[in-house]
Each structure stands twice: as C-alpha cells, then as structure tokens.
Write a new protein. Structure first.
Length: 194
C-alpha cells in the first residue's frame, strides 16, 4: 500500500507534536480513507476497519511528541496500521478457536457423554439456541447428531460439502453465543441442583 505524503507533512507533524488538534484533524482527514481501504481489503468488515483506523490515530496522538523525528511518516503509518490489522486477525482466529472449543465442550462433556445426556434444563437452553437457527443449519446439526458424515449430509440435503461445513460453522457460532449469553442461568441451575 502506497500512501502519498502530504506536501506540508513535516510542519503538520511539528504542530501535532505541540498538541495542535486542528493539525491532527487535518492529518486524520488526509490519511483516514486510504488506511480504511487498506484494512477493509484484509478484513472485509467496516466495523473492524473503523476500529483499527481509530486505534492507529489514537496511538499517533499518544506518541505525537515523536512524530517530527520520523524520517518517513507514511511508512510508519502503514506499518502501524498493518500491525494493528495483523493483531486483529490473530484475535479473530483465537476467538474462533475458543468458540469452537466451547461448543465442542458443551456438545461432548468431559466424560464423553453426548449432548442429550445433559441435565434437562441445560438441554432446554440448547434446544432454544438450536430453535433460533435457520432451518438448514438446524438440519445439518440434527443429521450430524445422528452420526452422518459431511458427505452424507450433503447428499441428503442436496447441497455441497462446503455448504454443510459452513452451515455447521455458523450453527456452532450461534449456539455458542446463545449459550454464553445464558451461562449465568446455567450456573444458577447447576448450583440449585447441587
């Protein structure tokens, strides 16, 4: 990504270092859009894109005293944005792994019991989570619970194996979010029983 430096960049950075918020606003207006476009090409999420760009500019403001000493500010700006984006991608991957582990733990308890051997109250919460899913995701979960493999589910539903995998992924994420939001209720139910 190439960012064209401003003609008055050096003076602008000196003003920012002195605490001039108008100069900072000018810098923001000049570089916000190219940075946002770059981040969006990697994440394809407007919300995350805006958060990252905002974090970059907050970091710039916090370290404004060092800005005039930088040789190539636009290179620094790109590297800072790239690093924030990479950290965001790492967090997304970590969250997805944690979500999958959580769903796997819920569906298969530590003793290896199946989802249907859980307490009735917990089964009800899971049933409500599954009931909120679109019909195709519900069917994939039901067929998976019956022991069918991805290829068999795809054949039975008349869809591709990639679609089966996507439906299962989306269903797992949705059920996980629902369960996490009802985790307090689950803990209370367990405490009442014990």
């Amino acid at each position: 990504m190439a960012i064209k430096p401003l003609s008055n960049e050096k003076k602008l950075l000196q003003r920012i270092a002195a605490g001039d918020d108008r100069a900072f606003a000018e810098l923001f207006r000049a570089y916000h859009e190219p940075l946002a476009k770059y981040v969006y090409t990697l994440l394809e999420s407007v919300q995350m894109c805006e958060e990252i760009v905002q974090d970059v500019f907050v970091k710039l403001w916090e370290n404004r005293a060092a800005l005039p000493a930088m040789g190539k500010f636009t290179n620094y700006l790109f590297i800072l944005t790239r690093n924030y984006t990479i950290n965001c991608i790492r967090k997304i991957i970590s969250d997805k792994k944690q979500s999958k582990l959580y769903v796997d733990e819920v569906i298969h308890s530590s003793s290896g019991e199946d989802i249907f051997s859980l307490d009735q109250e917990y089964q009800d919460i899971i049933a409500r989570a599954v009931a909120q899913l679109p019909p195709s995701q519900q069917k994939v979960l039901m067929l998976r619970q019956q022991g069918l493999k991805t290829r068999e589910i795809a054949e039975q539903m008349g869809i591709s194996t990639d679609s089966v995998k996507k439906y299962q992924q989306w269903a797992s994420q949705s059920v996980s979010k629902f369960l996490k939001s009802h985790a307090a209720l689950s803990v209370i139910l367990m405490l009442i029983k014990n």
